[in-house]
Design a protein around this ligand. Structure first.
Ligand code: PMP
Length: 304
């Protein structure tokens, strides 16, 4: 992945992809302190546009604030850098990865002599959980790895180190042949996927876990809005594992995963075993919106 053509924005300038290396004593490599975003740009009738760019940039700055990392750039500069990376790499649609990390200026944990570095990379990335699965739905399993305690893991931060937990959860279930994991919080309630938020639909009502043990997903926020526009309110509340088993529909949301139906949880078929009607409605509305085909929420599209 490192050996390819293209440009990455690195500390304020576009550099050739292969030259974007960092030293082995990079602090963030040792301690996992850093934060990042996952952003998507889509081809729209008016050209390429990044979906909810300002919201992603805002979350990146909030993540850095939570971690106490000093940001050497403004949000406007980081938003512009993402548009610049798309243009430089001539990408019509892409996944973008802004990332904030400490350099190799020192090794003590205290991080008082370190510089904050920033990169923005972008590449073409199709359906995260498989194109077929967008209709068919995925098979998920509850992971034995618990999502972190709220006072240990700062869930409002999309922090690099948090992904150890996600990676353990995902790899555990992938090895057993499932497509994704559900993680539970420290009380045993449903938190989220390894890199997605989760929604359940029962008797026409949509619920999603509150933000106590999951990321404040931007797709989650979008789906809550789209559901409200359809006149279906989404309730944010505590959801138990067995509630998911007996739901009519279950789906995951995320920038990478978009809206992915879940057809099976812990070897129990969900609803009719495919994509439910409310899931389909929201998935269609979401994909139209991000591709600029619905004409709604134009303020969420930042054109290159
Ligand atoms: N939870 C976790 C742990 C994630 O990594 C992601 C992906 N960023 C999400 C939820 C979904 O967030 P978003 O919709 O902002 O991509």
């Amino acid at each position: 992945f490192a050996d390819r053509d293209g440009f990455i924005w690195y500390d304020g300038e576009l550099k050739p992809w292969r030259e974007c290396t960092t030293h082995v004593l990079t602090y963030s490599l040792h301690y996992g302190v850093g934060c990042f975003e996952g952003v998507r740009a889509y081809k729209t009738p008016q050209g390429t546009a990044i979906f909810r760019l300002q919201d992603h940039t805002k979350r990146l700055f909030n993540s850095a604030k939570i971690l106490g990392m000093n940001m050497p750039f403004t949000p406007e500069q980081i938003s512009e850098a993402q548009l610049e990376v798309l243009r430089a790499n001539k990408l019509e649609s892409a996944y973008l990865r802004p990332m904030v990390f400490y350099g190799a200026e020192g090794m003590g944990l205290r991080a008082d002599n370190l510089k904050t570095h920033l990169i923005v990379a972008a590449w073409t990335w199709g359906s995260y959980l498989g194109a077929d699965n967008m209709e068919r739905g995925i098979r998920v399993k509850t992971s034995s790895f618990t999502r972190g305690f709220a006072n240990s893991n700062m869930h409002r931060a999309k922090a690099n180190g948090q992904y150890i937990n996600s990676m353990l959860a995902l790899n555990e279930v992938l090895r057993d042949g499932y497509d994704e994991a559900i993680t539970l919080d420290t009380n045993g309630n449903v938190a989220e996927g390894s890199a997605e938020n989760i929604f359940v639909v029962s008797d026409g009502k949509i619920s999603t876990p509150d933000l106590n043990a999951c990321l404040d997903g931007i797709t989650r926020r979008t789906i809550i809005q789209l559901a409200a526009d359809f006149g279906i309110p989404v309730v944010e509340r505590r959801i138990t594992r067995d509630e998911v088993y007996i739901a009519d529909e279950v789906f995951f949301t995320g920038t990478a995963a978009e809206v992915t139906p879940v057809r099976e949880v812990d070897n129990r078929t969900i609803g009719n075993g495919g994509r439910g009607s409310i899931t389909e409605k929201l998935q269609t509305a979401y994909l139209k919106l991000v591709k600029g085909e619905s004409g709604t929420y134009p303020e969420w599209l930042s054109h290159t």
